[in-house]
Ligand binder design. Structure first.
Ligand code: NAD
Ligand code: GLY
Length: 351
C-alpha cells in the first residue's frame, strides 16, 4: 500500500511487510547523487534490524555508517544531537547524502532534527518501528528534542524523503509500547472516521494491521497536507493531548506513558464536551470501552483540579486563551478557543 504526501517536498509512505529490504533500491532512485548515509537507531532496535537495513543500503552501493544511542525519551536531548553531528562529520555527509531514522518516535524526531540542521538541511528517510511512529510521528515533518524546561521545545519542520513502514517490525515491539500506539490509533477514529472506530471495536487490530496503519497514516496525510506548518486544522491531531500532556507533566514524565495519558485525555475531553452540550451523550463511554479493549487505562489517576494548572504549558495556548479539541460525535471534531479562566468552570462535571 502506498500514499503520497503532497507537502513541500512531496514524499511517499510505503506500507508493506518486508519493505525494510527495499530501502537501498528506493533511496537510489530518490537520491541519485547520494553516496553515504548515517543509519541512526537506538540500543533496542539496533540489534534487531540494523544488519538487514545496512545490508540493503550497501547492496545499492551506499557507504553506511551506524550511529546508535541509548533507547528512551531521556536520550532525546541536544547532547545526543551533538553526537549525531559528530557522526555525520566523521562520515563526511554532504548535502546530497542522507540520514536514516530506524526506530520509534524518539529516533525519528531526533534524526529528523539533526538532518534538518546539518549543513542547513539534508534529506532523511523514516523507518518507523513502533506503532506510534508508524501511525503518527514518522509522517508530517515535525522533528525536535526535549529541553530540561519541557518536551519538544526545540525543533524544525523537515519532511522526510520517504517513509518505509514494515508492519512485521511490530512483532518484536513490547506490549506496553504497542498499547501506547493504540492510544493514537483510537484518536484517529475519534476525530475523523467512525467506521474505522467501529471496526476497531469489532475486530482486534492485530488481525488487520496493515489496513489500520494505512488508515491512520492517510488521515494524518490529509490533515498535514492542509496545514503543513501547524497553524490551523493540524490542531485536531492533538485531541486528548490537553489533559494527556498535563497528566504526563504532573507525573514528571515517569508515570503514565504518552499514548495511555492521551487515551485518558480523550475521555476527559469527551466528558467535558458532553457536559457542555457539544458532544453527543455516550461518546465518552464508547471511547472508554475501546481503550479498555486494547489494554489502555480509561480513567484518570489524578484529580482534574490537580491537572488544570499543568494545562498552562499546553502548546495550544495563545495569549490568555486555550484551544480545545472537542468531538461532536465519534468521527467528527471541532476546535474551540476559550479564555483560560473559563476552563476550570467547564470542568465542573469532571469533579
Ligand atoms: P520510542 O522511540 O522511545 O520507542 C519506544 C521503545 O520501543 C523504545 O525502547 C525502543 O527502543 C523500542 N522499540 C522501538 N521499535 C521496536 C521494535 N520494533 N521492537 C522492539 N523494540 C522496539 O517511543 P515512541 O513511542 O515510538 O515515540 C515517542 C516519541 O515520539 C516522543 O518523543 C514524542 O514526542 C514523539 N512524537 C512525535 C510526533 C511527531 O509528529 N513528530 C508525534 C507523536 C509523538
Ligand atoms: N502529532 C501531532 C502533529 O503531528 O501535528
Amino acid at each position: 500500500m502506498k500514499l503520497t504526501v503532497h507537502t513541500n517536498p512531496a514524499y511517499e509512505i510505503l506500507i508493506e511487510d518486508g519493505c525494510l529490504q527495499q530501502i537501498g533500491r528506493q533511496a537510489k532512485v530518490l537520491l541519485p547523487k547520494a553516496k553515504r548515509t548515517v543509519l541512526v537507531t537506538d540500543s533496542h532496535v539496533g540489534p534487531l534490524y540494523v544488519q538487514s537495513v545496512k545490508e540493503a543500503l550497501e547492496a545499492a552501493g551506499f557507504t553506511v555508517f551506524v550511529q546508535a544511542f541509548p533507547a528512551g525519551e531521556q536520550s532525546k536531548n541536544l547532547q545526543t544531537i551533538s553526537s549525531f553531528y559528530r557522526a555525520f562529520a566523521q562520515a563526511g555527509l554532504t548535502r546530497t547524502d542522507f540520514a536514516v531514522a530506524l526506530g520509534g518516535g524518539v529516533c525519528g524526531d531526533m534524526t529528523g532534527f539533526a538532518a534538518a540542521t546539518w549543513l542547513r538541511g539534508i534529506p532523511f528517510i523514516q523507518v518507523p518501528t513502533t506503532l506510534l511512529a508508524q501511525v503518527d510521528s514518522s509522517v508530517g515533518g515535525k522533528t525536535g528534542v526535549d529541553l530540561p524546561e519541557g518536551k519538544n521545545l526545540v525543533g524544525a519542520f523537515h519532511q522526510p524523503a520517504l517513509v518505509l513502514i514494515d508492519p512485521q517490525t511490530l512483532a518484536t515491539l513490547p506490549e506496553t509500547f504497542f498499547a501506547d500506539g493504540m492510544g493514537e490509533v483510537i484518536k484517529y477514529g475519534c476525530i475523523r472516521d467512525k467506521a474505522f472506530f467501529d471496526h476497531l471495536c469489532r475486530e482486534d487490530c492485530r488481525r488487520w494491521l496493515p489496513e489500520v496503519l494505512f488508515t491512520c497514516a492517510d488521515i494524518k496525510r490529509q490533515v498535514v497536507e492542509k496545514d503543513e506548518r501547524d497553524t490551523g486544522e493540524r490542531a485536531i491531531l492533538n485531541f486528548g493531548h490537553t489533559f494527556g500532556h498535563a497528566l504526563e507533566r504532573v507525573q514528571h514524565y515517569s508515570g503514565l506513558t504518552h499514548g495511555k495519558a492521551v487515551g485518558i485525555g480523550m475521555v476527559l475531553m469527551a466528558q467535558l464536551g458532553e457536559a457542555s452540550g457539544i458532544t453527543a451523550p455516550g461518546t465518552a463511554t464508547q471511547i472508554q470501552s475501546l481503550l479498555e479493549q486494547y489494554g489502555l487505562p480509561s480513567s484518570s489517576p489524578v484529580r482534574i483540579d490537580d491537572l488544570l494548572p499543568a494545562t498552562a504549558y499546553d502548546k495550544k495556548n495563545s495569549g490568555s486563551s486555550i484551544q480545545l479539541v472537542l468531538l461532536k460525535t465519534i468521527g467528527e471534531c471541532l476546535t474551540r478557543d476559550i479564555p483560560r479562566t473559563e476552563l476550570s468552570a467547564l470542568c465542573e462535571a469532571l469533579r
